[in-house]
Write a protein that binds this ligand. Structure first.
Ligand code: ADE
Ligand code: ZN
Ligand code: ZN
Length: 284
């Protein structure tokens, strides 16, 4: 027993000491978190700085995939990364879709965003919650809910079970949206440099999407965050763009890549803008 305890502590320490293991993927989460941190109010920026673990060096992006790494031993967190719909239904309903395999309500990405937002509202008070973890979970899940296939269909596990080729490589369709589209874009258009991609999205936010950003940020008046909206948009994009023309066995190349990249750009931008808006409302 003691041996297993020591082994567990060792594994956990390794994961905390070396936060840069591959796991949206590492890039997608980091992009959304970079955009978010650049849009924080002074008050929110200070709170985030206080809550980040010291090894993050006040860089939210560097810890935005922490939740993906702990899901393999904090098993209760696994269902919190997605919210799938029954097959073929291109809409999202909280009561129907935000449940885990045991039918427990609220145990999905939407419930998790609401839960960690509520926890963070305790900032500055005497609280039972670990607000550092709450910040890392919220920042991660805001990215996940914007990845269309994290709001996909149940039976194919958000397209994890759909095998395709990404150009010449065997890949599953979920992974294409978590990582491949982003990586290919970085290689082809941004000199394999993530910061260049972030800058391009930030420029789109202030120019192309300038008139829409207010709408992205808005929730109904008494809400701090509104993940039901983000998930509804997600399943629509999953049907319209991700699953479309990408059946089992298909070969996805330039046609698919170039027509889907604008959607990936948009969802990364919305994830960043909405994470910032949520944190700015939390830390007022
Ligand atoms: N793991 C990651 N995304 C998922 C999804 N949409 N459904 C099931 N498992 C997942
Ligand atoms: Zn995740
Ligand atoms: Zn994923």
């Amino acid at each position: 027993m003691e041996y297993y305890k020591i082994q567990f502590v060792t594994i956990v320490s390794f994961i905390l000491l070396f936060p840069n293991i591959q796991a949206w993927g590492e890039d997608g989460h980091a992009i959304a978190c970079s955009i978010a941190q650049s849009r924080l109010s002074d008050t929110a920026a200070e709170a985030v700085k206080q809550l980040l673990p010291s090894y993050a060096n006040n860089d939210l992006a560097s810890v935005c995939s922490w939740a993906d790494r702990v899901r393999f031993y904090l098993h209760w967190t696994a269902p919190l990364h997605f919210a799938d719909s029954p097959d073929g239904l291109c809409n999202y309903q909280y009561n129907r879709d935000c449940i885990d395999q045991n039918g427990e309500k609220g145990r999905c990405v939407v419930g998790a965003i609401n839960n960690y937002t509520t926890q963070l509202l305790d900032y500055g008070k005497d609280t039972q919650y670990n607000l550092t973890q709450a910040l890392l979970f919220l920042s991660h899940f805001m990215g996940d809910v914007h990845q269309p296939l994290h709001v996909g269909f149940t039976s194919d596990k958000g397209a994890n079970l759909i095998n395709v080729h990404w150009y010449t490589r065997k890949q599953n369709l979920h992974h294409v949206w978590d990582q491949s589209i982003i990586e290919t874009a970085e290689e082809r258009f941004y000199e394999s440099n993530r910061d260049n991609f972030v800058s391009a999205i930030q420029e789109n936010i202030t120019k192309t999407w300038a008139d829409e950003v207010d709408k992205w940020e808005a929730c109904s008046s008494d809400e701090t965050t509104c993940p039901n909206i983000y998930a509804s948009e997600g399943i629509k994009a999953a049907c319209q763009w991700a699953y479309k023309d990408a059946p089992e066995g298909s070969v996805l190349e330039d046609d698919y890549f170039l027509s889907r990249l604008p959607i990936v750009n948009l969802r990364l931008a919305q994830a960043g803008v909405r994470l910032a808006a949520t944190l700015n409302r939390i830390f007022q």
